[in-house]
Design a protein. Structure first.
Length: 148
C-alpha cells in the first residue's frame, strides 16, 4: 500500500514543472521535453507531480477527451527506485477519476515498448494493447492500450 506521506498536486511553479519534466524525460528518454513543452502541455492536459515527503517519485498526465471521442488518456509515471510501492496506483486512480470528471467513457494509456514495468502495470490494471507504432525518427515503438 502507498505511504500516506505521498503528496500529489498540479505543478504551479518552475520547480514543480522541472520535477514533472525530470520524471517524464527519465522514463521516456526517446521523447525529451523542454520546460516550454511542459508548460504548453499543462495548458492542454491535467498534469500532476508526486512526492514522498519532499522526494520526487513520479508524475501523471490526463489528456482530456477530444472532439466527440469520449476517450481520455491517463498516464502514470513512477521513477524506478519508487516502483512497486503503490505510488503508480495512486497516480493512476487520481488520473482515472479526473478523466471521468472530464466526461471520458473510454480510457486509454500509452507506454514506450521498452518500459516493461509500465506495460506490466497497465496489464495489471486492465489495459489491453490496441496499437503499436513508431513516431517519425523513433526506433522504439509506442504501445497504445485501452482499458477493458
Amino acid at each position: 500500500m502507498a505511504d500516506l506521506r505521498l503528496r500529489i498536486h498540479q505543478p504551479a511553479d518552475e520547480a514543480a514543472f522541472r520535477d514533472w519534466q525530470h520524471v517524464h524525460n527519465t522514463i521516456i528518454p526517446t521523447h525529451v521535453l523542454s520546460l516550454a513543452d511542459v508548460r504548453d502541455r499543462s495548458r492542454r492536459h491535467h498534469l500532476e507531480v508526486a512526492y514522498l515527503d519532499d522526494v520526487l517519485v513520479g508524475c501523471s498526465t490526463v489528456r482530456p477527451p477530444a472532439d466527440d471521442t469520449r476517450t481520455a488518456t491517463v498516464i502514470a509515471r513512477v521513477l524506478p527506485p519508487y516502483r512497486r510501492r503503490g505510488f503508480g496506483a495512486r497516480l493512476y486512480a487520481r488520473g482515472l477519476d479526473r478523466a471521468r470528471e472530464l466526461g471520458a467513457e473510454v480510457v486509454e494509456t500509452v507506454v514506450l515498448s521498452s518500459n516493461e514495468d509500465g506495460l506490466r502495470f497497465a496489464s495489471r490494471h486492465g489495459f489491453a494493447e490496441i496499437e503499436r507504432y513508431l513516431l517519425p525518427g523513433d526506433t522504439i515503438p509506442w504501445i497504445d492500450l485501452r482499458l477493458s
